[in-house]
Design a protein around this ligand. Structure first.
Ligand code: HMH
Length: 207
């Protein structure tokens, strides 16, 4: 049973690679991505982040008080991020009032489910979700316009630091977790990796 976030990454390298390396991202870097693919990602990711914000709220509900600083800092960033998504949508003349695509719906349902999981499990899932974007947007290298600000949002050094703090908090909980909770945390990690891959694929395959 894994006792740390790093052990999860080491145990499932292929799953994690597929969560963070995708033609959607490499084609943002080369400029080959088409506007309808990018816009599909943008609108669906806004919907994703609204549900992710509710998961952040659930974390605050169950976290020990010494985890508040990191989590509340994350929520402040989410407030800014949601407003930024609305600006980006307006610039691109996109409506955010659209149905969830099936993949986005499944990911949102997973997060609703996580919100009632043991805190160690939700903290592990929350870390994995943020790390996926932190690494995913960094790996292709410098993104050209108009994608630079998207890559910077999740790839910037401050965000990398935040993800490390989330990892330390998840690790602290995993250290004293029961075998059953460790198993749940491992399953949640696997699920996040698969859902991340599916989310890129959903946008990439948009028609
Ligand atoms: C699908 N995963 C997805 N969207 C995001 N915005 C993040 C992770 C990071 O918050």
């Amino acid at each position: 049973m894994p006792l740390s976030c790093q052990q999860l990454l080491q145990k499932y390298p292929d799953l994690w690679r597929d969560a963070t390396v995708h033609p959607f991202l490499t084609q943002c870097q080369t400029g080959e991505i088409q506007p309808h693919q990018f816009n599909t990602w943008l609108v669906q990711d806004y919907l994703f982040v609204t549900e992710f914000t509710r998961l952040a709220g659930a974390l605050v509900t169950w976290a020990p008080i010494d985890h508040f600083d990191v989590l509340l800092g994350g929520m402040t960033a989410l407030k800014d991020e949601l407003n930024w998504f609305r600006e980006k949508a307006t610039e691109r003349q996109l409506t955010l009032d659209v149905p969830h695509q099936p993949t986005c719906q499944i990911y949102c349902a997973f997060m609703v489910n996580m919100a009632t999981a043991p805190y160690a499990v939700m903290a592990t899932a929350f870390w994995a979700i943020e790390l996926a974007y932190n690494q995913g947007w960094q790996l292709p290298g410098k993104m050209p316009e108009p994608y630079t600000e998207f890559a910077d949002r999740w790839g910037n050094p401050g965000f990398t630091e935040y993800v490390k703090l989330l990892e330390a908090q998840a690790d602290a909980m995993l250290q004293s977790a029961s075998e059953e909770v460790l198993e749940q945390a491992e399953q949640a990690f696997i699920k996040v990796a698969q859902l991340e891959r599916d989310f890129w694929q959903m946008a990439f395959a948009a028609d």
